[in-house]
Ligand binder design. Structure first.
Ligand SMILES: [Zn+2]
Length: 61
């Protein structure tokens, strides 16, 4: 299990990224749940879980 942090360059939200190397994942993009910016593209080789850890300083209405 591998952990890392991602910060959205657009809105400043922080995400904890956890790679589950023992599981196969799905291909796709991870988008910021706040502003929908694409933060990462996954190749599907591993399952990856994301969790919002830092709320952005400005929440868009
Ligand atoms: Zn964002």
């Amino acid at each position: 299990m591998e952990k890392g942090d991602i910060t959205c360059p657009k809105c400043g939200a922080g995400f904890r990224r956890i790679t589950l190397s023992s599981l196969a994942g799905e291909r796709g993009e991870f988008r910021c749940t706040i502003c929908n910016e694409v933060l990462e593209v996954r190749d599907g080789s591993h399952a990856v879980a994301y969790r919002l850890t830092v709320a952005p300083s400005r929440i868009l209405a």
